[in-house]
Every structure is written in C-alpha cells, then in structure tokens.
Design a protein around this ligand. Structure first.
Ligand SMILES: Cc1cc2nc3c(=O)[nH]c(=O)nc-3n(C[C@H](O)[C@H](O)[C@H](O)COP(=O)(O)O)c2cc1C
Length: 239
C-alpha cells in the first residue's frame, strides 16, 4: 500500500514524534512518501483564481502542487500533520490547502478521493488541537474523503518532548498507537464507504453546476462535470 504524509512543519518536534509513532506499524509493508512544509511547497496562493477559471496548469506554483497532488491521488492513505498555531494549522499547511481549493467538491474534485482514507495528527500546548484538526478535516472532506481518523493531543505544560512527564508521553503515544492499529488493520484493496454528507455535498454541487450553466454556459468546472458524466447518472463513489 502507498502512504503519503504531509507534514505541516519542518521541525522535528512533538508532531514529528507522534507522526513517527503512527507510521511505525506501516513501515514493514507500506511505501511511504513524505512532504515537509514549507520546504516542499514554499509558495502562497496569490488569489489570481486562475486554477478555477483557466485550469490548475496555469498556477504559478503548479510545479510544487503537481508533485504533491500526484502522490495524494496515488496513495491509499493520506496522513496530514500539524502543530497548533494560534488555534489552527500552521501557515505553511494553510498555504498548501489553499492551492487545493480547485479540488473541492464544488469545483473539480478528483474521483480518486472518494473512497480514500485519511488520518490527521495535531497537537498543541494548551488548547486548539481540535480546531486545528478541524481545519484539515474540512479540506479533506471537501476533497471527497469520507473516512478520516483524527488524533488531537494536548501537551499541558511543556513544548519539548523530552521534558514532558513520562505519563504524558505515554498517554500521547498510546492515543496515536490506537489510531495506527485501527488503520493498519483496514483492507486497502477496497475503497472506503462514501458518507451521506459527502454525497449530499456532491449532489448540491451538481445542482449548482447545472444552475450556473444556465447563465454562464461554458465554465471549466461545468465541462469537467460533463466529461465525468456526473451531470448524468455517473457518481465518483461508484466504480
Ligand atoms: C506561532 C505559534 C502559535 C501557537 N499557538 C498555539 C495555540 O493557539 N494553542 C496552543 O495550545 N499552543 C500553541 N502553540 C504551541 C504549539 O502548538 C506547541 O508548542 C506544539 O507542541 C509545537 O509542536 P512541534 O513541536 O511539532 O513544533 C503555538 C506555537 C507557535 C510557534
């Protein structure tokens, strides 16, 4: 199986430790590709909206985004990690998520995303790891992913792994290990079940595409939906 990891920080700190613990059981059998932000995508979306209107190939940062996107689409499991920065993901992670705005269900979602599995690992010092996880879950589910496992931990007291109490370190590692065991047991030869909320988002977006088509006949998004057959009976979760 293939795993792609997107690390929201270059620091080999607590998030890194927890991510390593998560990957441990997979190392023997999975092919793991990791990206580290901002190194692997050191570019902000400038809001030109060219990806939406003219196509993703016109993005000034396509060279970075393309490589990561290819790995995401080829993977069986996506792992996204970020420490909490002011209650949310790191700026580097947010910059990457912005680059995938055109892949939201309301625009041109990749059919491969429906049926994929994902895991989110976040942690914070005192508060905000859940809202951080929510940032990531929001994007992943709007990319079409239904099965998303979350670990969000709180350190309470210290930001250096070695200086945390033994008890706190054990608790954090036990939480990640539980999630890891659950995901190592899954059958990756079969797609994950698409949840009702994802289907409803898709159907609403389909209605919107048809509706917009009446006033603006030839948008890139509409053509994409048309080619996929999604404006007719085809659905991305049916293979
Ligand atoms: C810019 C910045 C903002 C932060 N904001 C929060 C926050 O809102 N809540 C919190 O509990 N910790 C916050 N922290 C602390 C980090 O989440 C915490 O130290 C975390 O363990 C860092 O993970 P790392 O070792 O993987 O870098 C912040 C740290 C930085 C650098």
């Amino acid at each position: 199986m293939k795993i792609v990891v997107i690390n929201g920080t270059e620091k080999k700190g607590v998030t890194y430790r927890l991510k390593e613990a998560f990957l441990e059981p997979f190392r023997a059998f999975a092919e793991i590709t990791e990206y580290v932000l901002p190194k692997d995508c050191p570019a902000f979306c400038q809001g030109c909206t060219s990806c939406f209107a003219k196509g993703e190939a016109t993005c000034k940062d396509r060279a970075y985004v393309e490589v990561i996107e290819k790995s995401l689409l080829e993977s069986d499991l996506i792992v996204m990690t970020s420490p909490t920065y002011v209650k949310h993901v790191t700026g580097a992670m947010k910059a990457l998520l912005d680059h995938f705005g055109y892949r939201w269900i309301s625009h041109r979602p990749a059919a491969e995303m429906f049926g994929k599995r994902a895991v989110i690992i976040t942690q914070c010092l005192g508060g905000g790891s859940r809202t951080t996880a929510k940032d990531l879950k929001h994007s992943l589910s709007w990319w079409g992913i239904s099965e998303i496992g979350v670990f969000s931990g709180t350190l309470y007291g210290n930001v250096v792994w070695e200086q945390l109490s033994e008890q706190r370190r054990k608790k954090l590692l036990a939480g990640v290990a539980k999630l890891s065991r659950a995901y190592a047991k899954k059958d990756y030869t079969r797609p994950a079940r698409t949840r009702l909320i994802v289907k409803l988002r898709f159907l609403f977006s389909r209605w919107l595409q048809k509706r917009l088509h009446r006033s603006i006949p030839e948008t890139l998004d509409w053509r994409y939906w048309q080619e996929k057959g999604w404006l007719d009976a085809a659905r991305p979760w049916r293979r």
